[in-house]
Design a protein around this ligand. Structure first.
Ligand code: NAD
Length: 249
């Protein structure tokens, strides 16, 4: 099955975790992919791992400063030059902090907003210009279940994901006329490095609150990104798709 045959995708935060799983499933489905990371070293490592799996994968790595509109524009231009088009943008890079309000460092709040919100705006703006010229495209954002319920500490992160939902719904309405679909996926607790490192006494009570009885795998989330990027979702836009096992906290 090659749902993305002939398409080109750019995936931010593509070196590990959910982003890496998205890159992999897109490549398996025939797309050419530019993966972005924060450091050349981790980008190179991810590229080597993918090439080891399949030397024929059409994949390149970039590490622009996503908070800098000029660097983002340059990166998007490189993708278009390398593969001839940019059809799918996945704004997945994200960071969080769990401090309570009284101890929250305003610099951390600004850092979270810069990557989780400003970068989404920068990438969407640069990519949409190319997509409009091409006659259409797909922009997908990684939100979170905390964008629906908030969370009891670390207010910057849920605030940033509420903003991601706002960008998603508003851009879907604005860009529909240019045949650009905009959607988000809101994962629940997903087994990335951070979650895998949690001790049993933390993870077991957490799992007990999830009706499907397990945490999500990066592939569970990546498959939602595959569907939304593909023509199977040709009439789906402005949606925040929960992939969380019906977790409600
Ligand atoms: P991760 O920490 O495993 O990976 C983060 C990715 O973001 C990496 O590829 C990293 O290179 C990139 N990144 C980090 N800082 C960056 C920066 N300053 N500039 C550019 N890139 C940077 O994270 P993950 O758990 O796979 O999360 C990916 C997305 O999913 C995030 O947006 C996160 O908020 C969201 N999410 C994760 C979970 C979860 O349980 N893991 C749940 C809900 C939402």
């Amino acid at each position: 099955m090659e749902l993305l045959k002939g398409k080109t995708a750019m995936v931010t935060g593509g070196t590990r975790g959910i982003g890496y799983a998205i890159v992999k499933v897109y490549l398996e489905n025939g797309a050419s992919v530019a993966l972005c990371g924060s450091r050349q070293e981790t980008v190179d490592k991810a590229l080597a791992k993918l090439k080891e799996e399949n030397p024929d994968y059409k994949v390149i790595g970039l590490c622009p400063d996503l908070g800098n509109p000029e660097e983002v524009q340059k990166a998007v231009g490189t993708v278009k030059e390398t593969f001839g088009s940019l059809d799918i943008l996945v704004n997945n890079a994200g960071i969080s902090a769990r401090d309570g309000l009284y101890d929250y460092n305003p610099d951390d709040f600004a850092k979270i907003m810069n990557l989780n919100v400003n970068a989404v705006f920068n990438c969407a703006q640069a990519a949409a210009k190319i997509m409009k010229e091409q006659g259409g495209g797909v922009i997908l954002n990684t939100s979170s279940m905390v964008s629906i319920y908030g969370q009891p500490a670390g207010v910057g992160y849920p605030a940033s994901k509420f903003a991601v939902n706002g960008l998603t719904k508003s851009l879907a309405r604005e860009l529909g006329r240019d045949n650009i679909r905009v959607n988000a996926v809101a994962p629940g607790v997903t087994r990335t490095d951070m979650v895998a490192a949690l001790p049993d006494e933390v993870i077991k009570p957490l799992i007990a609150t999830i009706p499907l009885g397990r945490v999500g795998e990066p592939e569970d989330v990546a498959n939602a990104f595959l569907y939304l990027a593909s023509d199977l979702a040709s009439y789906v836009t402005g949606v925040i798709l929960s992939v969380d096992g019906a977790a409600r906290s």
